[in-house]
Ligand binder design. Structure first.
Ligand code: FEO
Ligand code: CA
Ligand code: CA
Length: 640
């Protein structure tokens, strides 16, 4: 998300930065290139890896990993892809999702009602995965809708604020399940579809795992602590090997009106008096007034599991994976069949987590794995200065996680995972965003930026986060000992983002190829290409150290050589976030979020086309987040 919500959050004042005070950034290079060979064969069961070959010109053995010509930097209001490629817009905000009997068309003046929005694609697309049901020509796209811009969502913005407006904003959040098919050379949404579904901020969800029913999750509306309405601020996402979708609740706290005097727990999660982000849901939906319903925020910040092919499935918040401003949840299968989930928490000085299931995956979809994500161990990462690291277990009764430190039970450890990570001495990171794993077993995590790194009274630089005033961000990677379930790991930096022409040495980076800043989305495709998507904030694009970088982009990287090449440039004011592909690798779906975003972050409803009118360029329209389907004109595998 480009709104500076994440940069507003700076609530980690724990003292555990001091363990890194002795770190030496120069040592980060110790492991570079030194461990790759040992990992060959580690990742045979990597989820989602399929053999390619169904395309007209599938890459033959010996082809270079990056076979396209870099696209130039651009500030144009369009999507640019390499020569020989085409990008087709297929799923804009407001298009009917294909829910039977619900076909209200998008109205260019944003006058669709809340009820209409409930059956239309939501706003601000983010994480996305493809679930094929007919090879590579038809299936489901499941995607997140992270947040809304009230200046575009409503014809008159915040004016005449009402219950109806709150309901429409809530309906534009959540998740869309749409069916798509490739027909006559183009992708299209299938309408109606038996699988089409909208999950919103008001869809009933279950709560499972160790914290389900906990006193801290009970509210007046839900005395059981096991049922909650909706999912919020769904950012990145994951796809499980048993066929479900994991949607992740990121900046949930900014939907809540804080009490005049927040508790220490509330402050640690960023709750402030009033609503500094300008949200106004609490005026017509009392559960978002944390001064009156103190436990409601505890019911958000979870990873939520959805069964895309079962439209009546109740989404489940999996508390065993911990509570965080979750960016994503990336699954890998260990040698013994257990599932490992890697998760970043995108806020300044927050942490990287992994969950290791107790049980092995069983054949048979969600029904056979209904409790797989309810039992296991959650860990938080500590990156040591010698290039090694430890996964520290968040287990009640172990170490300092006991009643003396205000953790009464495992449920409280999970609800207060930030505080638990603080006392364990986890490493405070520069805003961990997406995570993915390459075929050699390296796990990559984008650390998008942190301009407060090294600031007085905040955490100093450390080995893993080596640059003060980190405006550019970096990508860290690690390899767990033995298997993904190991509790020790080796790590190094894949790249420090930056632009060589900058005067400040720490903003120059060490990119081998095309310069970039603020890595966010990250995805490893079936060939092992590492796709990197950027999210320079709209207020910073084209200015200062980012001046030469143009609009936000998607790049492709070769994880072995480290070469990075610009593949796509987005329209004005957007971020690029979310990528997935058909099994044959011949269509890539990429999400373009918040085109035309105002530097002031909420659009002027009186001038909705001021910054962009992508993708429709309708004379009376407005910019719309959308999915684009990218194909090679010769029908070949993307990237070759
Ligand atoms: Fe939703 Fe951290 O991006
Ligand atoms: Ca993001
Ligand atoms: Ca971001």
């Amino acid at each position: 998300m480009a709104k500076d919500f994440n940069a507003m959050e700076d609530s980690n004042r724990s003292g555990n930065a001091s363990i890194h005070d002795v770190s030496d950034p120069a040592r980060r290079t110790l492991l570079r290139g030194g461990v790759g060979a040992a990992a060959n064969g580690l990742l045979a069961p990597l989820a989602g890896v399929v053999s390619l070959g169904g395309c007209a010109s599938a890459a033959a053995g010996g082809s270079p990993l990056l076979g396209f010509k870099s696209v130039p930097v651009s500030t144009a209001d369009t999507v640019t892809v390499p020569d020989g490629y085409s990008a087709q817009v297929i799923a804009q905000w407001g298009e009917p999702a294909g829910v039977s009997g619900e076909n209200a068309a998008f109205k260019w003046d944003a006058s669709n009602t809340a009820a209409e929005q409930e059956a239309q694609l939501g706003m601000h697309h983010d994480g996305i995965h493809f679930y094929p049901h007919s090879g590579s020509t038809a299936g489901l796209l499941v995607m997140n809708h992270e947040y809304v811009d009230e200046g575009l969502l409503f014809a008159d913005g915040f004016a005449n604020w009402s219950s109806e407006k709150v309901r429409k904003a809530q309906a534009a959040h959540g998740v869309s399940v749409i069916e798509v098919q490739f027909k006559d050379g183009r992708w299209e949404i299938v309408r109606p579809s038996p699988w089409a579904r909208r999950i919103t901020a008001n869809t009933p969800c279950g709560i499972s795992g160790p914290a389900a029913g906990h006193a801290l999750l009970r509210t007046a509306a839900d005395p059981t602590g096991r049922r909650v309405l909706g999912t919020l601020n769904n950012c990145a996402s994951g796809k499980t090997p048993w066929g479900t979708y994991l949607t992740c609740e990121e900046n949930f706290i900014f939907y809540f009106n804080g009490p005049r005097e927040p508790s220490a727990h509330e402050r640690r999660w960023g709750l402030r008096p009033g609503n500094p982000a300008g949200g106004r849901w609490h005026e017509f939906d009392a559960r978002f007034d944390a001064a009156r319903h103190a436990n409601e925020p505890n019911r958000f910040g979870w990873v939520v599991e959805i069964d895309p092919f079962n439209p009546s499935h109740t989404p489940v918040k999996r508390t065993a994976l911990g509570r965080a401003a979750h960016e994503g949840a990336t699954t890998v299968v260990a040698k013994d069949g257990r599932v490992v989930v890697y998760m970043g928490e995108d806020a300044r000085f927050e942490y990287i987590y992994k969950f290791v299931s107790r049980d092995a995956i069983r054949p048979g979809g969600l029904r056979a794995n209904a409790e797989l994500l309810d039992h296991g161990t959650l860990y938080v990462a500590r990156f040591d200065a010698d290039g090694r690291g430890r996964w520290l277990p968040l287990v009640h009764g172990q170490g300092p996680l006991n009643a003396a430190n205000d953790f009464a039970d495992q449920g409280e450890v999970l609800i207060k995972s930030r505080q638990a990570s603080d006392v364990l001495g986890a490493t405070k990171m520069d805003r961990p965003e997406w995570i993915d794993v390459d075929p050699r077993g390296w796990v990559y995590c984008t650390l998008t930026n942190n301009s407060n790194r090294g600031a007085e009274r905040m955490a100093p630089v450390d080995a893993a986060n080596p640059r003060a005033n980190n405006t550019m961000g970096h990508i860290i990677r690690w390899k767990d000992d033995g298997d993904f379930t190991g509790t020790g790991f080796s790590w190094n930096h894949f790249v420090l983002a930056g632009e060589p022409a900058n005067a400040r040495a720490e903003a120059q980076g060490n990119v081998k190829g095309d310069a970039f800043a603020c890595p966010d989305g990250l995805w490893v495709d079936a060939r092992g290409v590492l796709w990197i998507q950027t999210d320079m904030s709209t207020s910073a694009i084209g200015r200062g150290e980012l001046k030469a970088l143009g609009n936000n982009i998607m790049l492709a990287a070769d994880p072995r050589s480290g070469e990075i090449r610009r593949f796509l440039v987005g329209p004005v004011g957007c971020e690029i976030t979310g990528a997935t592909a058909t099994p044959d690798g011949c269509t890539m779906f990429v999400n373009i979020q918040h085109p035309g975003e105002s530097p002031s972050e909420r659009s002027d409803s009186a001038a909705p086309r001021r910054h962009s009118n992508w993708p429709d360029f309708h004379p009376a329209g407005r910019p719309r987040s959308a999915t684009v389907a990218i194909r090679k004109n010769d029908g070949g595998v993307i990237g070759t």
